[in-house]
Design a protein around this ligand. Structure first.
Ligand SMILES: [Zn+2]
Length: 213
């Protein structure tokens, strides 16, 4: 039974918990002070803590199909609540929106999602559809469109994030920086979008732990 693996994993985790009891108890007593709101895909292969090495208490996470941020006022409350809590209560200084290669939510935009059978999915992926429409209209060769749509969707969701008053105000006050990232399932690399050049490039990794900020 697959859940046996989860229970074995939990047993191992309890061993690690005991070995790091001080840190876990401190988090329980003092509360969380994450520095990053991570908005990523629900895809089981894209695990934010795994690909960034983040420890408990470091990432405030929202994962959903295709790392979508519904624009302010569209009726969504789940993502909006996470954004408001992260910005207004936790005062995170960074938001990362992380897309990934082979994203099923973006792939769905190439076909038809049956509104009667999958009403939630159909409405949800429509929030990423402008990225698909934009790439389709841009004349990019067909074989490159999937990846370009995944990238365009990250930028679209960053735009949507800026429709929230609390996000705009925190940026204006110099207290918040937004980041668009892309995780490559084949290489394990993280790419980042550079606002200045308008290009995606490999994240500059610190040479050793001392370079971490
Ligand atoms: Zn995905």
């Amino acid at each position: 039974m697959p859940t046996d693996k989860l229970l074995t994993g939990h047993r191992r985790f309890k061993e690690r918990f005991e070995a790091n009891r001080e840190m876990f108890v401190r988090l329980a007593k003092e509360g969380q002070q994450p520095k990053v709101l991570w908005i990523g895909c629900s895809d089981s292969r894209v695990i934010p803590e795994q690909i960034t090495g983040a420890d408990p208490g470091e990432l405030f996470v929202m994962r959903n199909v295709a790392n979508v941020v519904p624009p302010f006022g569209t009726g969504d409350t789940a993502v909006g609540a996470v954004i408001e809590y992260a910005i207004l209560h936790l005062h995170v200084p960074h938001v990362v929106i992380c897309g990934h290669t082979q994203c099923g939510g973006i792939k769905a935009l190439e076909g038809h999602v049956d509104l009667a059978r999958e009403p939630h999915s159909a409405r949800w992926v429509d929030l990423a559809r402008p990225a698909h429409t934009q790439v389709e209209a841009s004349g990019i060769p067909e074989e490159a469109r999937y990846l370009e749509t995944i990238k365009a969707n990250v930028l679209l969701q960053l735009e949507n994030l800026r429709t929230y008053d609390c996000v705009r105000e925190a940026i204006r006050a110099g207290q918040l920086t937004l980041h668009g990232w892309l995780y490559d399932l084949h290489s394990g690399d993280l790419l980042a979008y550079d606002d200045q050049s308008g290009a995606w490039g490999a994240l500059a990794l610190p040479v050793n732990d001392q370079d971490e900020q």
